[in-house]
Ligand binder design. Structure first.
Ligand code: NDP
Ligand code: OXD
Length: 317
């Protein structure tokens, strides 16, 4: 039997550790969610994977060599002060990237085609058409031009939108106007639909706030700026989003992530106009792809090869 892999994923998160066992029959897979059968001694565990894992859990594994995040984001792991100083591998995969691009394109098209208004009209049996700009008149600005942001940019280009992107270091993406850290104001002034695909770090905490919304272009052909966020909820200030929607500073929003998840029942966002909410499902990790990715990285590690998708823990993503 090869060394243990411990999986700490709450039910409703992944919950299918059997997929891992099937792919790695000669490894002892510990399902940390199976409380009655949890081992007390965690020696022998060389690999551990989590999604919002119990704080302090990874520090209890004296033989741990490699850590995995179930998702692309790792803020849920790095927030554990006791996390061992070991390599951390995040999830990067074609299905995850594709799912995110689908969600982003869907939201951009919903706002371009004014679907929230037509939904309201349908509920009231109102037959009324609205002026309709074309995609090529709309400038979409993506904050976070990483794996997910770059693919979304390319797909949005394919739909005819003008696409701009902003990241810490300047990127080169065909057909996309790329801006770096120092050019945020310039980037925002040219944005009609703003997309958040940033990781949650000290630098990005609360970045989507009233001051930032005030810098967005005021000449959007769809009647005002739209904010779409699928990065992390703690990068947005929801009270500022609500005020901006009320004042008309924002025309609409689509949010998949929230400061607190699940979104509290008493949040005004639930009932506001031009607000599209989804429960952190923009891009869910596919369990088979995840198991293959983890297995592949463990095999690389054991063969002495370089690991892929390593997190820069200092940068926080
Ligand atoms: P990457 O690490 O590939 O990309 C992150 C991007 O953000 C990079 O372009 C990076 O800049 C940029 N960035 C980070 N910090 C800053 C900063 N302070 N200022 C400017 N730019 C910054 O991540 P992914 O694209 O794979 O994923 C992005 C995030 O999406 C994840 O961290 C996660 O939070 C979220 N996510 C949400 C999902 C959902 O279902 N809602 C699903 C999957 C992911 P640079 O390129 O210069 O390093
Ligand atoms: C992720 C997520 O980070 O689903 O992968 O949020």
């Amino acid at each position: 039997m090869k060394s243990d892999l411990l999986i700490d994923v709450k039910p409703g998160g992944l919950g299918k550790y059997e997929t891992f066992q099937k792919l790695m029959p000669d490894r002892n897979i510990i399902d940390w969610n199976d409380e009655p059968n949890r081992p007390t001694d965690l020696s022998g565990v060389n690999y551990a994977m989590g999604w919002h894992p119990e704080k302090g859990l990874f520090a209890r594994m004296p033989d741990l060599k490699l850590m995995f995040s179930v998702g692309a984001g790792v803020d849920h792991m790095l927030s554990d002060d006791s996390l061992p100083d070991l390599p951390l591998v995040r999830f990067v995969d074609a299905s995850l990237t594709s799912r995110m691009s689908e969600w982003i394109c869907l939201q951009c098209l919903l706002h371009l085609r004014q679907q929230p208004t037509y939904d309201r009209q349908q509920a009231q049996r109102v037959w009324r058409d609205l002026p309709q700009p074309d995609a090529h008149e709309i400038r979409v600005g993506i904050m976070g031009l990483g794996v997910l942001g770059q693919e979304a940019a390319i797909r949005l280009k394919g739909l005819g939108f003008q696409v701009n992107g902003w990241s810490r270091g300047k990127k080169t993406v065909p057909g996309v106007n790329c801006y770096d850290d120092a050019q945020l104001d310039e980037f925002l002034a040219r944005t009609d639909i703003l997309i958040g695909l940033l990781p949650y770090t000290r630098q990005t905490a609360g970045i989507f706030n009233a001051a930032l919304f005030a810098k967005l272009s005021r000449s959007s052909p769809i009647g005002g700026p739209v904010f779409i966020n699928a990065g992390r909820g703690k990068s947005q200030v929801e009270t500022d989003i609500i005020s901006a929607l009320k004042s008309g500073r924002l025309k609409g929003v689509s949010l998949d992530v929230f400061e607190e998840e699940p979104l509290p029942q008493d949040s005004p966002l639930w009932e506001m106009e031009n607000v599209v909410l989804t429960p952190h499902i923009a891009s869910v990790s596919d369990v088979k792809a995840l198991a293959a990715h983890v297995n592949n990285q463990i095999e690389r590690f054991e063969a002495g090869l370089e690991l892929q998708c390593l997190v820069d823990k200092k940068a926080g993503y």
